[in-house]
Write a protein that binds this ligand. Structure first.
Ligand SMILES: Nc1ncnc2c1ncn2[C@@H]1O[C@H](COP(=O)(O)OP(=O)(O)OP(=O)(O)O)[C@@H](O)[C@H]1O
Length: 239
């Protein structure tokens, strides 16, 4: 019996600088868990880490691969392996209508337009939003636009989906809905968040600070230490 291919993000001895500022120096990380959370203060490198793993930024040194795909050099392979949702769906959505937005990534993958639109329609139906096809993205709520981005990413069939603070600017029902959508995904998930409560059921949590891994383990070990440190910092420097 053939084994399914192993899902693994391999970050090997990576050095990254952005605009001349060092972010990572010799970072090594191997992720195989279904649910991985990333926490850390502003500027600690959380977004940079998932952008690296999505192949959107290239390290100055070292190697990044996902399921064996060199995501920086093999962009076609990366699109079929990794999907990323940015903090703000408006930085992701390009097209006026929902159907065009969903079909775009599929066309980028080389599918003919008619086939791309058919898959996009199937994705909308799967999410119970067949009626969104001709809806204008800018007329949807923030939570609905985020769902459009998620459907667009899932349509491309990635094994991994990365979320960068997906709960920002969402009201409580919208945040709970997107959390439930994330929970039911068959894909492996890497979730960047400032809210430790979202990561309780995760398999692994990584705490970053200034580009270094401060703690890496089960949520029950990492999160209490992280929260305690954030509270200590708040007491040490009141505003
Ligand atoms: N587009 C960019 N161009 C240049 N430097 C950047 C860019 N984005 C982030 N950086 C720098 O990279 C470093 C890490 O930032 P990053 O956004 O990865 O951190 P973060 O932990 O996601 O922060 P936040 O919680 O504020 O989103 C910071 O020094 C930041 O100034």
């Amino acid at each position: 019996m053939t084994q399914p291919p192993l899902r693994v993000i391999a970050i090997e001895n990576v050095t990254l600088a952005r605009e001349g500022q060092g972010v990572f120096a010799g970072l090594d990380l191997r992720l195989t868990e279904r649910r991985v959370g990333i926490v850390g203060r502003n500027g600690s490198g959380k977004s940079s880490l998932i952008r690296l793993a999505a192949g959107l930024i290239a390290p100055q040194a070292g190697r990044v691969s996902v399921n064996g795909v060199d995501v920086v050099r093999d962009r076609e392979g990366a699109l079929a392996t990794v999907g990323i949702l940015f903090q703000n769906p408006d930085h992701q959505i390009i097209f006026p209508t929902v159907i065009d937005e969903l079909a775009f990534g599929l066309e980028q993958q080389g599918r003919p337009q008619a086939e791309a639109r058919e898959i996009a329609r199937e994705m909308l139906a799967r999410f119970g939003h067949a009626d969104w096809e001709e809806r204008l993205c800018h007329m949807l709520s923030q939570g609905q636009r985020q769902l459009v981005c998620l459907m667009a990413v899932l349509a491309m069939g990635p094994d991994w989906v990365f979320f960068d603070e997906p709960f920002n600017s969402l009201d409580i029902p919208a945040a709970l809905r997107i959390e439930a959508r994330i929970a039911e995904l068959a894909q492996n998930v890497v979730l960047v968040t400032h809210d430790p409560a979202r990561l309780g059921g995760f398999d692994r949590v990584i705490w970053l600070d200034e580009g270094r891994i401060v703690a890496d383990g089960a949520p029950g070990e990492v999160l209490p230490a992280y929260v305690a440190e954030m509270e200590r910092l708040a007491r040490a420097a009141p505003c």
